[in-house]
Design a protein around this ligand. Structure first.
Ligand SMILES: [Zn+2]
Length: 363
C-alpha cells in the first residue's frame, strides 16, 4: 500500500472509532437496527460456533494479541537500531493505535452497541416514584420463604454441572426472553473455563462474556447451586441485555421460569441483593428467619468468596470494571448491579413471573 493510502485508511479507522465513542446514538435507533436487527442472528451464529470450541476463545485472542504486540514492538526496536532513526517506532505505534481502533469497532459491532439500546423501563411496565424500602424488605421476606420451602427439593434434584445441558434452565431462558421481546430468543452459551479463572477467584467475579466470541466464561469455584443463576445472568448478556441490572433481572426471570433447582439458585442470588440493600435491622430479621439449609448454602458462598479473594486486587478489579461501564455509558457503573431490585419491586408481574410489557415504547 502506498504511504498516503495507508495514512488515509488509518485516519478513517481511528476517526470512525472516535466518532462512535462520542456520538450520541438514539436508543430507539440502536434497538431497531442493532439489538433487535443485526445482533440476534449474529449472536445465534457466533455463540453456536463458540459452543463447539472446547477452549475459551478469549484466551486464544488474548495470547494472539499479546504475541502480536510484542512482535511489532520487537521488530520496531531492531529496525531502530539498524537504521538509527525513530521512524520504525512511530510506524509501530501507528499500527498499534489503528489496531486498537479496529478492536473497539469490532467490539461495538459484535455486542457493545447493546449498551446503548432502550432500557428495560421502556420494555416493561414499572410503577413510578422511588422504591419503597418496605417493599424491598417484603421481597426479602418472600425470598427467605422461598429459600426455606425449596431447599430440600432443590438439593434432592441437584444441579447439572453444565447449565447448557439443563433443559429446564434453557426453557426458562427462552420463556424469559419471549416475555420481554419479539425477536428470536438468543442461543445460550456453554460455561467455559479460562486462563483468567484465578483472576475471577481473586476478584470475586462469578463470570463474564467474551464480547469477541459471544461465549460465557465462569469462575472455576462456583458452587453447584450458584451455577444456574450465573449462567442465566451471562446468557442474558448474550441476549443483548448489556446492563448489569437488566442481566440480573432477565437472569432471575430465567431461573424462576425453570425448575425448582434453578428457582432456588435465583432466590439465593436475590437474597444477597436484598440483604446488601436493606438496613442492618432488617438484615438481621431476614437472616434469623432463614432455615438451616439455605443458611448453610449462603455461608458456603461467603466462604468461597472469602478464601479466594485478594482484597486489594478485588478493589482494583471492580474499579476497572466501574470505569469500563461508565465508558460504555452506564452512568451508575457497578452500582447498576443492585438496581435489579428496583426492577423486580417496580415491575408488574403476571403469574409465573411474566412481566407486563409496555404496550408501546416511548418515541
Ligand atoms: Zn454481568
Amino acid at each position: 500500500m502506498t504511504h498516503w493510502r495507508r495514512a488515509v485508511v488509518e485516519i478513517v479507522v481511528i476517526g470512525l472509532a472516535a466518532v462512535m465513542a462520542w456520538i450520541p446514538l438514539r436508543p430507539d435507533v440502536v434497538e431497531t437496527w442493532f439489538s433487535t436487527g443485526l445482533y440476534p442472528p449474529l449472536q445465534q451464529i457466533v455463540t453456536s460456533l463458540s459452543n463447539v470450541v472446547p477452549v475459551a476463545l478469549l484466551d486464544v485472542l488474548c495470547v494472539a494479541a499479546i504475541a502480536g504486540v510484542l512482535w511489532i514492538l520487537t521488530r520496531a526496536v531492531v529496525e531502530v537500531r539498524r537504521v538509527r532513526r525513530v521512524g520504525p517506532v512511530i510506524n509501530a505505534l501507528r499500527v498499534l493505535v489503528t489496531s486498537a481502533a479496529v478492536v473497539y469497532l469490532v467490539f461495538l459491532l459484535l455486542w457493545g452497541l447493546n449498551y446503548r439500546r432502550l432500557p428495560m423501563s421502556e420494555r416493561v411496565e414499572l410503577t413510578t416514584g422511588a422504591v419503597d424500602p418496605a417493599a424491598v424488605e417484603k421481597l426479602g421476606v418472600e425470598t427467605v420463604e422461598q429459600l426455606n420451602a425449596l431447599h430440600a427439593e432443590a438439593h434432592r434434584d441437584g444441579w447439572i454441572s453444565s447449565p447448557l445441558e439443563d433443559e429446564a434452565l434453557r426453557r426458562g431462558f427462552v420463556s424469559a426472553q419471549v416475555a420481554l421481546s419479539d425477536v428470536q430468543p438468543a442461543a445460550p452459551g456453554r460455561l467455559k473455563r479460562t486462563m483468567f479463572g484465578p483472576y475471577f477467584r481473586w476478584t470475586g467475579v462469578d463470570g463474564m462474556i467474551n464480547p469477541f466470541g459471544l461465549e460465557v466464561l465462569s469462575n472455576p469455584d462456583l458452587l453447584p447451586f450458584e451455577r444456574p443463576f450465573v449462567a442465566a445472568h451471562e446468557w442474558s448478556h448474550l441476549a443483548g441485555y448489556a446492563d448489569e441490572s437488566e442481566a440480573n433481572f432477565v437472569g432471575f426471570l430465567t431461573c424462576m421460569k425453570g425448575s425448582v433447582a434453578t428457582q432456588y439458585s435465583g432466590w439465593l442470588f436475590l437474597y444477597w441483593q436484598v440483604s446488601s440493600e436493606v438496613d442492618a435491622e432488617a438484615r438481621g430479621r431476614l437472616s434469623k428467619s432463614l432455615a438451616e439449609g439455605p443458611r448453610r448454602d449462603l455461608q458456603a458462598i461467603a466462604t468461597r468468596l472469602r478464601t479466594g479473594e485478594l482484597p486489594w486486587l478485588r478493589t482494583v478489579g471492580w474499579q476497572v470494571y466501574d470505569e469500563y461501564l461508565k465508558a460504555n455509558r452506564v452512568e451508575e457503573g457497578i452500582r447498576s448491579y443492585g438496581a435489579v431490585l428496583t426492577l423486580i419491586v417496580k415491575a408488574r408481574f403476571e403469574p409465573d413471573w411474566t412481566p407486563v410489557r409496555r404496550t408501546q415504547a416511548k418515541p
